[in-house]
Each structure stands twice: as C-alpha cells, then as structure tokens.
Design a protein around this ligand. Structure first.
Ligand SMILES: O=C(O)CCC(=O)C(=O)O
Ligand SMILES: [Fe+2]
Length: 342
C-alpha cells in the first residue's frame, strides 16, 4: 500500500462536508413556442438569500436573534456626480450563485447575434462579442399564464399587432422566481430579463448606456453576476475625469438608477485572464418598440447555442425532432426512388 493510501485510511471521515445545493426539481420544465427547447425549472422551495442557510447541516438558520441581520444590505454608490447605484455584495450567497450559474449555463438557449449598421455611410456587420438571451415583453402586453399566448395588457385580447419582427416569449419559471426576489429587494418592477454569457476574457460589452426612450426617464436596471468576477468600468458622459471601475463578483447585484443611465456610460472590457461569467439584467420596457429592439439585439435570427457538457463550451443546437423529421422525409424519398426503379 502506498503512503498516500495509508494516510487516506487513517484520515478522519469528512462528516461535516456540506452536501452540494441540489437544484433539480420535480416541477415540469417551462415550455413555449418561442423556446427552442423546454427550460428546466428550479425547486419551488428554493430560498434566495445573501447568507447560506445554516440548517443544511442541522443548525438553525441565522436570524436577527443571532445579532446578525438575515440579509446583507447594499452599499450605496452615489459619491460621484449623477451616480445613483446600489451594490449588493453579495445578493446571493456563493454556493447558490455557483449552482445557479451552472444551471442557467446548461439550461438556457443562447445566441451570438450579428446585425448590420451603417458606419460612416458604409454597411458594416457587427458581431456581438458575447452570447446573449432574452425573455419578456413590454408593459403593453402580458402572456396568458397557462397558454403563453400574448394578450393586450388592458383588454386581455390577443395582441399580435406590433410584434411583426419578433416572437416574444415569457420568463421561464427558473428565472421568474429570481426576478420576483430581485423586484422585492430593489423595490422595482421588471418585465424583461436579458442574459449575457461571457465565455472568457475575449467576450465583452463596449461603452454604452441603457437609456433608450422605451425604458422611460431614469430607469432602474438591476444587474446580477454569476460565475467569474469581471470589471465593470464606467465613465461620465461629459465630466471626462469622472471614472469608476467596480469588480463585480459571484452573486453580486448592481442596481443602476436615477441619472446613472442618462449621464454615465458603462462597459465590461476584455480581460486576458477572466473566466466565464453570466450577467442577468432586469429591466422594465414600456412600449412595443422596446420589445422589438431587445429581441433584435439579443436573440436575432441566427442559430441557437446550448451548453455542451462534453465539449465544455457552447455549441450550435439543432432540434432533434426537426432532424428526425428531415431524416424520415429523406428515407421516404429514397424509398420512392427505389420503387420507381423496380
Ligand atoms: O455584464 C454586465 O455586467 C453588463 C451588461 C450590460 O451592460 C448590458 O447588458 O447592457
Ligand atoms: Fe448595459
């Protein structure tokens, strides 16, 4: 027996090792014609929290009676001109954030959107340098809770008009419970969830502000980090000396509000050493123009990507049912040819 084996034999059994947080659920997956595949659900009992639950190893959950507040409050970032932000550091405890990261990377459909713009009068193709995804619809419509059919928010009648360029799809169960938790803790309502997956440090988002008119004046946007830390770099639009770099870590939530969007730009620049990261942004769009814009730039018309566990990367996803139908079609065609031959 080698030395390693002997020490392993005498080593104490790791009794206190916490079981991994299990996110598997008996709730059926979310389905909708706008989803390329069913999207797995999270357990109904999942409790979103800044602190790990203490009762996983038999103890009582922490409460204010322990002298510590149940939840960790945000840092207020308003010490620069026109800046109005809250930084929940963290918003979700690390173990939950890690499992949620793995779950969403595995279960959500992603896109690598390209689009054409005119740059200095010349047609240019822009390749979005990250994977994106999107769920939701603007405030003029709602989804029927059972069928997922789009209804006019006021009349509750079918609402196809105004969505000619996109196919809005509801927020799946696994993201809805998270959205409701973010709504409660940030005191704002959201009807859109944008997802970014930065596969590595070459993926990025350049300086921009989320100040489109369909979000209304001074919108509140909540932005969650799952996975690796990335620098969130900001600069004031007119006061050029005003800059800020904020490392956003696993489980953090940054809430941008007030004049943050109208007066500041933000970005996630490329970083050589950065690991993979998911970013979720929770937003509220008021008009159909917002829906069209968001689906154009975050879903687009290209292929669907899905995480491939074996390959360890996103791969183009093809609908197996469609493929099977095509194969059956080809087989039948072949049979006809053979019949014709005889
Ligand atoms: O990944 C991030 O933290 C920022 C994403 C962002 O700014 C956006 O999607 O508009
Ligand atoms: Fe943004």
């Amino acid at each position: 027996m080698s030395k390693r084996h002997i020490t392993a034999f005498f080593a104490p059994v790791a009794r206190n090792k916490k079981p991994r947080l299990d996110l598997s659920s008996s709730i059926p997956p979310s389905i909708h014609p706008g989803y390329p595949f069913p999207i797995a659900s999270l357990p109904a009992t999942l409790r979103f929290s800044t602190r790990p639950k203490q009762d996983t190893d038999g103890g009582e959950p922490k409460s204010s009676a322990d002298g510590e507040p149940e939840e960790i409050g945000p840092l207020v970032l308003n010490d620069k001109p026109d800046l109005d932000m809250l930084h929940f550091h963290p918003f979700l405890h690390k173990e939950l954030a890690r499992e949620l990261y793995l779950f969403l990377r595995r279960e959500l459909p992603f896109y690598r959107v390209t689009y054409k713009i005119k740059r200095e009068g010349i047609d240019t193709t822009v390749n979005t340098p990250r994977y994106t995804s999107l769920f939701g619809v603007d405030a003029t419509s709602i989804f029927h809770p059972d069928t997922g059919v789009l209804l006019d928010a006021k009349t509750k009648l079918s609402a196809k008009h105004g969505y000619a360029t996109c196919a809005p799809r509801p927020i799946p169960q696994c993201l809805r419970s998270l959205l409701e938790h973010v709504e409660k803790r940030t005191n704002s309502a959201y009807n859109f969830l944008l997802v970014n997956y930065y596969a590595n440090g070459s993926d990025s988002i350049s300086f921009h502000s989320d100040d489109e008119s369909f979000l209304g004046e001074n919108p509140t946007i909540a932005s969650m980090t799952l996975g690796s830390t990335r620098d969130f770099v900001m600069k004031h639009k007119s006061l050029l000396e005003q800059k800020l770099s904020l490392p956003l870590a696993q489980g953090d939530l940054l809430v941008m509000k007030g004049t943050t969007q109208s007066r500041w730009l933000h970005s996630v620049p490329k970083r050589k050493e950065a690991g993979p990261r998911i970013n979720l942004t929770f937003r509220h769009a008021k008009t159909k123009a917002g829906t069209a814009n968001y689906y154009r730039y975050n879903v687009g018309t290209g292929p669907v990507y899905r995480w491939d566990e074996e390959a360890g990367e996103m791969r183009i996803w093809t609908d197996e049912r469609e493929k099977r139908k095509e194969d059956i079609g080809k087989k039948e065609e072949g049979e006809k040819v053979l019949e014709g031959d005889s």
